[in-house]
Design a protein around this ligand. Structure first.
Ligand code: TUI
Length: 314
């Protein structure tokens, strides 16, 4: 199968991005994905500029292939990080959880290819107007911070609304998802949850096991009241949060209740108190594999699906 324009322009073997997952996607995971022919993306969550510079310098020692850095726009250190990415001449910058307008020019001027993650047509058009290279249209099936629209409805509407390339995300973990994304007009995909279980991913084994044991209804969304809906695997933490979310608890107390819980999941594997971000497709992921195995498997599976589905229109 031809790898397509976006992969050619970015210098990738496969048009497959690894999501820049908060506290999960470090330089080690991103380098493994880039070395295997996808686009590895370092997640920066709430980190500071120093941490991001160290991660970028580390990935430069681990791979000669293109890579990206995701900027979480709710991060109070975003200005400092934006500058680090310019100084380090990061090839691809993706953004999430907010409006990237303020930073697009400085990153474009520095030669970074900027690819905002968008939850709606309006944000996709805004990104295009401001000079984005492409957009990731991310459906609510995703793990972590989510919008309202599904991948099935969002991707074709974004494809129709903009002329820049569209990458589909949310609910994709195998060749069927990739084939569906191509059918909807996307030129590539971004995958998160499946890479959490990658052998090169450093998360606590309990986090991987939660995904490997999940089924189709294992995730839920909390945080709508504060305007930051987050999809995660159901556990004691998510149930307790849901129980208090619409009581008379103050916003500050609610925020404090969730603070640090993702790190408890990632680093301590705290099954009761941790917040295990994962997408709705977690139920499909049944084995730990290397990044190379994941990418090869995804691509051969997509080729097979596309050949087989042709019979339905012949
Ligand atoms: O960003 C993500 N996923 C994330 S970020 C994250 S860390 C976090 N920490 C604390 C609170 C919330 C999150 C974990 N997972 N995905 C990309 C994404 N961006 N999905 C949806 C959006 C989005 C939402 C609103 C993009 C733009 C947007 O604009 C709203 C506005 O008013 O600017």
């Amino acid at each position: 199968m031809r790898k397509g324009i976006i992969a050619e322009e970015l210098g990738l073997k496969y048009p497959i991005f690894q999501g820049g997952m908060a506290w999960v996607a470090d330089a080690q995971l991103a380098a493994a994905v880039s070395n295997a022919g996808g686009l590895g993306i370092i997640g920066t969550a709430n980190a500071d500029g120093k941490f991001v510079r160290e991660q970028v310098q580390k990935i430069k020692t681990l791979t000669d292939r293109p890579y990206g850095v995701n900027v979480m726009l709710l991060n109070p250190n975003v200005e400092e990080i934006a500058q680090v990415l310019v100084e380090e001449k990061v090839p691809v910058v993706t953004t999430g959880a907010g409006n990237s307008t303020k930073y697009l020019k400085m990153w474009n001027d520095a030669g970074c290819k900027v690819i905002p993650v968008v939850p709606s047509v309006a944000f996709a058009k805004l990104a295009e107007r401001n000079g984005a290279y492409a957009v990731v249209a991310e459906g609510t099936e995703s793990g972590g911070h989510v919008g309202e629209l599904t991948t099935m409805t969002l991707v074709p509407q974004v494809v129709d609304a903009v002329s820049i390339p569209v990458i589909a995300a949310g609910g994709i973990a195998d060749g069927r998802g990739i084939a569906a994304a191509f059918a909807m007009g996307a030129q590539g995909v971004q995958i998160g949850t499946r890479f959490v279980t990658a052998k090169e991913c450093h998360v606590h084994q309990n986090y991987k096991d939660k995904i490997l044991k999940a089924n189709d209804t294992s995730t839920m969304v909390t945080g709508r009241r504060l305007g930051h809906p987050v999809r995660q695997i159901k556990n004691q933490f998510s149930r307790e949060y849901a129980k208090i979310e619409y009581t008379d608890i103050s916003n500050e107390e609610l925020d404090a209740f969730a603070s640090g819980k993702l790190r408890m999941a990632v680093f301590d594997g705290d099954e009761k108190n941790g917040c295990f971000l994962a997408g709705q497709i977690a139920g499909m992921i049944k084995e730990e594999q290397s990044c190379q195995e994941i990418l090869e498997d995804l691509w051969t599976d997509a080729e097979r699906v596309i050949e087989e589905t042709y019979k339905w229109v012949k």
